[in-house]
Ligand binder design. Sequence first.
Ligand code: ZN
Length: 626
Amino acid sequence: MICTNNYIRPLKVLLFAVITLFLFSEAHIPKTKPKGVKTIVIDAGHGGKDPGCNGSVHNEKTVALGIALKLGELIEKNMPDVKVIYTRKTDEFVELEERAQIANRNNADLFISIHCNAASNYAVFKDKNGKVHYKTYKDKKVKIHKVEVHNPKPFGSATYVMGISNEKGKLNTAKRENASMLLEDNYQKTYNGFDPQSDEAYIIMSLWTGAFVGQSADLASKIQSEYTKKAGRVDKGVQRQSIWVLWRTAMPSILTEVGFLTNPEEEKFLGSEKGQKYMASALFRAVRSYKDENEGVSKKYDDDLEKEEPLVNENLSKGNVNDVEQDSSSIANTANEELYNGFLKEADDFWKAKKYEDAQLKYEKCNELKPEERYPLARVEECKKKIAEQKSSLSVEEQQKKELKTKYNTLIASADKLVAQKNWNAAAIQYQQATELMPEEIYPKEKLKEIDAVITAEKQRLKEKEEKYLKEKIKHNQEKARLAAKKHAADSLAKIQKQKADTIPPKAKDIVTNYKDKTPKKDTVQKIKNNNTPQSKPGVAFKVQFAMSETEPNLKSDKYKSIEDVGFYKAGNVFKLTSGNFAEPNDAINLQHKMKETYKDCFVIALKNNQRIDFKEAVKQISNNK
Ligand SMILES: [Zn+2]
């Protein structure tokens, strides 16, 4: 938290600030104070959005509030005639000017501001050659800053009173504590343009003439004495700095830095309940002693607070605190110098070797470290010129070659990518182009051969695949045709059999087994019904035999009148009467069915030249004749 901002304000603004602040400070022209301590304002530093400084676990606003509340409690308990006023009793943000004005408005007799200290170093590291370097970072505006880290070494307690010794570089505490105002919404207006980070701003405070500096210093030294005697603190003494709240309060006022939160031992102590109790009781005893002296009371105390067991601080053995602080800052300065000189030497060596690009980088590093040095910056510009010259000195031919090579490389990279994607044809085109650009290069030619082999193999594979497919297709179609034919045949047969079943009477089935496709047609049946002429061909005739007689029958007799085509044939001495005369056996079968109603035992016979022959033989004969 050491502030190093050397911001210099324009003189006009500074003068304005001086005048306005001078007028402004009229408000607290010292007045004569009646003796006695009746009102004490206790100011716990920071709060709310302003955490103050941070240790690794504890922060300043919390530690300060803890001690402030404990101190207030002790005063209220042990000094019934004193009114305690807090600037804050909770974790809230209170403006610096308001803290001072709380004390002024209440006409306080004492103002006690409680804070914690912090120390930091620039982060450094050693390279492999043992050189020390700064760690840096770039902010949003690309400005380079050195990285700050906690410096764990400094420790000890100090108490400040308003002072005029505002030497440059010795304003750390004032700058840090006054910086709280930067967090205030209206700080420019409230503080009349006062810049707490600027050394120059503190000139105005040197115009201060303190009426209460003696009393303030008296209280401060009592506090320091209690810290060391009872709380085991290391004494960093009473110090004077231009701290805003001390400047603006019109009464004896002190600001105490109870210890360093950046020191692990001290942070642990100050963050603990016990540590805060010890610090509060030390402050209380100092206030009580101050009050008694101020009021002319001479009293010896024998209470628990007075008899408090003194603490021993192990840090005491570690020597002078101020030395430690100086030590850490001198390390940083030495590191800076070493780093700069190291870069500068490297840069000059590169320059001599005409390695201007490397030299430029190193000179730029020097410039970052010491922006005020003109030499590195000048050399950076010279390096840029030299680099440009080197570039233009390349012959036109070399330039062309370089361009050609660039084009070639681009094509090869692209073609290789296409090969990876198996995009052979596109890759081949680009390798071909590359070959034309640089015919002496072997690589694209080899690649073209490879691609050719791949494409040929691929074509062969496709051809084989196609042939196999065609073969299978033909086979498939043949099988399909075979199955269709088979199905058609089966369907036809089924159809025929169905028609037969519809027309052929059950008993005649056997007869027609060998009589394919000769099923009786409907018109034939019709003809029979209509008593048309017999259709028997010479030779074989099919008739229905229905009766027999031993005498020759008279066919004209009335008893045969209703018989269709009545006739007879002689077998031995017997006359056998027939009906019908058909060329087709089925016609005879149909007639038989009709006649069965009258002639129950009638049956179909086959005749050849009016002599009975075997029926099956007759059917065979007529089918052969067709
Ligand atoms: Zn503080």
